[in-house]
Write a protein that binds this ligand. Structure first.
Ligand code: MN
Length: 726
């Protein structure tokens, strides 16, 4: 059984080594506080609980962290396991230490044990959630390391569960943060419980070959040291057997036994400068035979976790290959302690915490594309900035876009939860449902069967697409009528805000085009869409704004401007263009509507079109029937035929006939006899022995047209003749 005083004195030794100038009085008080709080608790082996936080603090010191982190480590289980509160700790030991403890507490409460896939995802999320302060993660790793070191006291079931979690989360985490030493230790202990047989096999093999291995390593080590001493290169060389789990992995991936496996030895040469690294490399290659293709220069190209070294594999006189890693002392620090080593340097440099997080962020971002041989490469870590992670009261992590609110949280759980939401409790306090969530918040959604469903405001409050979609779905389904009213109101107010004329939407020419642009069949559909939030009024108006302005401009131009082309060619009375006088308009382009092909003598009316001047219709044309509708009315203008010379007008007649041979010829003959310039003569069969003809020809006026019509009507088997009305 371990005792308090053992750990206490050990911690003080470590403190003196790593933090000789620390405020010992403060640390001492923290130890007393934790001891008092944990006084009734015992570790699984029966020793007093306080030894655990002390041991964790020691690891944290070895990592090179600061006083706050040491305080955080000493107090790390106080909030979770005792009656200590955040406020109390903050008052006694400072806000930073209290926040670290709180952060660790949240991680402790989060449930990371599920399927492997989800574990990886959770790891990522945990990181996000805690990225507020990387020290939280480091304390948690230290906590896990000590728990792993004392794993033998746990039940077998708990051992497997914890070790699995360590393998899936904590070891990769340590790796990501570049903390090799801790990673190896975590992996080796985990393997011991996850595959005891495999672990024992390797261990007993190593034990059996211990002397042999040591002799070999000594020989090589001496050889390298001697040469470097000769050359005057200040260095330290030592050999080691690679850690158990890496041998285990090599055996299983290469499907080899321990005896077949070479490359289990690794030597390290640590020097003062980078040029020395390359010097040493040359000497190593001179002393031993190089294994081709194994040289890696991680100095010029550091690994994503900032690891730097030269790696090479060579073969000694005994024919045994081994790896040599060459690095400087500072590279060595980074390799052993990773992020924490960096932290230490930063602290010395007086740089703020923010910088450190930037570094972590960059580190994690850059690791999105790690090399393929890295078995952790599948883990992706996104940017921290755009995500926030909160917990359910049961510890399930919910990932949301940054700035998300309890509304987003509720809909992320289930649309039913969102739709029946009446309030929220964040970290045990009732909060408004539009409060942005912070990483690590514990969120409880309060629901009621009597809830009236989401409010429209929620659409502007929520941040996640998921919530927005679900809220919109609810509105879409529940309230069509209300949506239309609501949507129309916001559409109209947006139109008014931008000074756009509302009637334009029912303009027969512009309206349908606008709808088409908006991709809706009817205006009501569009109002409904705005009403339930599928579309914002400003977006809708924005989409058609240009078209509306263009249409207005065109209409104005047509009314005001004087198209030069027409004036220039107008040898006739400038008021009569194309044989037509448009009242109140001096000149403009004229075209004759194709639907009713008016000719002089017909009662006509003009329509100011968009871009094509005035279109002349017959008054009885169906397309001119709507000219009393207020919105259309201003665009219908009075036109009349000018007294004109014999200008021809094109027109059409539709003939309905009984089908017979030679009828087409008879019609053509009749037209020729009437001295009409025929432009088109088409026939097609209709059901019931009938056929129809379209006759397009030129006439001077309506009386000529009527006389031709009478002649055609007299042709045998012509049943009816009528003016074309497309
Ligand atoms: Mn703990």
């Amino acid at each position: 059984m371990e005792t308090f005083s053992d750990h206490y004195s050990s911690l003080y030794q470590t403190l003196n080594k790593y933090m000789p100038n620390a405020n010992m009085e403060l640390i001492e008080r923290a130890i007393q506080y934790a001891q008092e709080k944990h006084k009734d608790q015992k570790r699984k082996d029966g020793s007093p609980y306080i030894i655990h936080p002390l041991a964790v603090a020691e690891v944290v010191l070895e990592m090179g962290l600061d006083v706050d982190a040491v305080l955080g480590a000493i107090l790390h289980d106080c909030i979770e396991d005792t009656d200590a509160s955040f406020d109390d700790i903050a008052k006694k030991f400072g806000r930073t230490a209290a926040e670290l403890v709180e952060g660790v507490t949240k991680l402790t409460r989060a449930d990371f044990s599920s399927t492997e896939e989800a574990q990886m995802e959770n790891l990522r999320k945990m990181f996000m959630a805690m990225s507020k302060d990387i020290r939280v993660v480091l304390i948690k790793i230290a906590d896990r390391l000590h728990n792993m070191r004392t794993m033998q006291y746990q039940t077998p079931a708990k051992q497997v569960k914890k070790c699995r979690e360590t393998m899936d989360i904590y070891a990769p985490l340590a790796h990501r943060l570049g903390m090799q030493k801790i990673k190896w230790e975590l992996e080796d202990i985990a393997l011991r419980y996850l595959d005891p047989t495999g672990y024992d096999q390797i261990m007993s093999h190593l034990l059996a070959h211990k002397e042999q291995d040591e002799a070999f390593m000594r020989t090589i080590q001496n050889k390298i040291s001697a040469r470097l001493l000769d050359m005057g290169i200040h260095s330290k060389t030592y050999g080691r057997i690679k850690h158990v789990y890496s041998i285990y992995r090599k055996m299983s991936t290469q499907d080899k036994s321990m005896d077949e496996l070479y490359d289990i030895y690794a030597f390290r040469v640590i020097v003062d400068t980078i040029p020395d690294c390359y010097n040493v490399l040359g000497h190593v290659h001179d002393l031993f035979n190089l294994v081709p293709g194994r040289f890696k220069d991680y100095i010029s190209t550091p690994k994503p976790n900032m690891y730097q070294s030269l790696h090479t594999t060579v073969i000694g006189s005994q024919g045994i290959p081994f790896e040599v890693q060459i690095r400087t002392w500072s590279m060595h620090e980074t390799a052993e302690y990773g992020i924490a080593a960096h932290w230490k340097y930063k602290q010395g440099g007086g740089d703020g915490q923010e910088k450190d997080f930037e570094w972590v962020r960059r580190l994690l971002e850059s690791q999105q594309d790690t090399d393929a041989e890295d078995y952790l490469s599948s883990m992706k870590i996104d940017m921290f900035d755009d995500e926030v992670f909160a917990f359910t009261p049961k510890g399930k992590i919910v990932g949301l876009p940054a700035g998300s609110t309890p509304i987003d949280f509720a809909y992320a759980i289930h649309s039913g939860v969102g739709n029946s939401m009446v309030g929220a409790r964040v970290n045990n306090r009732i909060t408004t449902i539009d409060t942005p969530l912070q990483n690590g918040d514990i969120v409880e959604i309060l629901t009621s069967k009597a809830a009236k469903g989401p409010s429209r405001d929620w659409l502007t409050v929520c941040k996640s697409n998921q919530a927005r979609t679900k809220i919109k779905q609810w509105f879409k389904k529940e309230r069509r009528e209300e949506n239309v009213t609501h949507g129309r109101a916001s559409f109209e107010s947006e139109m008014r805000r931008l000074g756009l004329p509302l009637p334009i939407t029912i303009d027969p020419e512009v309206g349908p085009q606008l709808l088409k642009k908006l991709a809706f069949d009817t205006w009501e559909d569009m109002y409904a869409a705005i009403g339930y939030g599928g579309l914002t009024a400003s977006k809708a108006v924005g989409r058609i704004r240009d078209d509306i302005n263009r249409a207005i401009k065109t209409q104005e131009n047509e009314r005001i401007s004087k198209p030069l082309r027409i004036l220039d060619t107008g040898k006739k009375n400038q008021h009569a263009i194309g044989g037509v006088i448009v009242e109140d308009i001096d000149s403009c382009m004229i075209k004759f509507a194709k639907c009713c092909t008016p000719v002089p003598g017909d009662e006509i009316v003009g329509f100011i079109t968009k871009g094509f001047g005035v279109s002349v219709h017959r008054c009885d044309c169906p397309n001119a029937a709507n000219r009393d509708i207020p919105i259309q009315a201003p665009r219908w203008v009075n036109v009349r035929w000018a007294n004109q010379d014999d200008q021809p007008f094109e027109t059409t007649l539709e003939l309905e006939c009984n089908t017979r041979d030679g009828l087409l010829l008879d019609v053509a003959t009749t037209m020729t006899a009437a001295r009409v310039r025929l432009k088109e003569l088409n026939g097609k069969d209709l059901p019931g022995g009938k056929s129809s003809f379209t006759v397009r020809f030129e006439v001077k006026n309506v009386s000529e047209l009527e006389s031709i019509r009478a002649k055609l009507q007299n042709v045998r088997d012509v049943i009816t003749t009528r003016r074309g009305q497309n």
